[in-house]
Design a protein around this ligand. Structure first.
Ligand code: SF4
Length: 157
């Protein structure tokens, strides 16, 4: 089951949109100089117990629910996240996944409106830098389009 360490509203995670960011713990990656090492541990509360309350409390303040991480990446965790996506869409909000892995879009990710892929590589910089290895993809007409450049434009203003 997915566990989360904290939640918050952010205007930085998605360009031009407000996100309800949910920091998922049990991260399986071990990026060098990880910026949030506590997320590598079994830390926090069960998301299932609080998700709908969190969603409803913040409802007026966000456009997108952004899952920061994939937890243990088990089939059970994926299904849980996809069930949240169904709920979120039914309530007219969008979904985003920050997967933190070097991968292509996988079939199970199809319910996300935005997907950020690519591991955190300190020397290449965060996604807001044009040197980054990370990509933000947006689903448009059932295809994922790379919109990473929007971060760089915003960063230069
Ligand atoms: S994916 Fe994020 S939380 Fe996980 S090890 Fe890498 S930087 Fe840390």
């Amino acid at each position: 089951m997915l566990m989360y360490a904290s939640v918050g509203i952010s205007e930085l995670e998605m360009p031009t949109k407000k996100s309800l960011v949910i920091y998922i713990s049990n991260c399986q990656h071990r990026c060098r100089n990880c910026h949030t090492p506590y997320l590598q541990n079994c830390y926090g509360d069960l998301l299932k117990e609080n998700f709908e309350t969190i969603f409803n409390v913040y409802y007026e303040y966000f456009d997108i629910v952004c899952f920061m991480g994939e937890g243990k990446e088990t089939e059970e965790d994926k299904k849980e996240m996809l069930d949240y996506c169904t709920f979120i869409h039914s309530r007219k909000k969008m979904t985003a996944l920050y997967c933190g892995r070097n991968c292509q879009v996988e079939n199970w990710m199809d319910k996300f409106d935005y997907i950020k892929i690519g591991s955190y590589q300190e020397e290449k910089g965060p996604i807001t830098e044009s040197t980054t290895n990370q990509k933000l993809l947006k689903k448009e007409n059932n295809k994922y389009v790379d919109i990473t450049y929007i971060f760089w434009k915003l960063n230069n203003h």
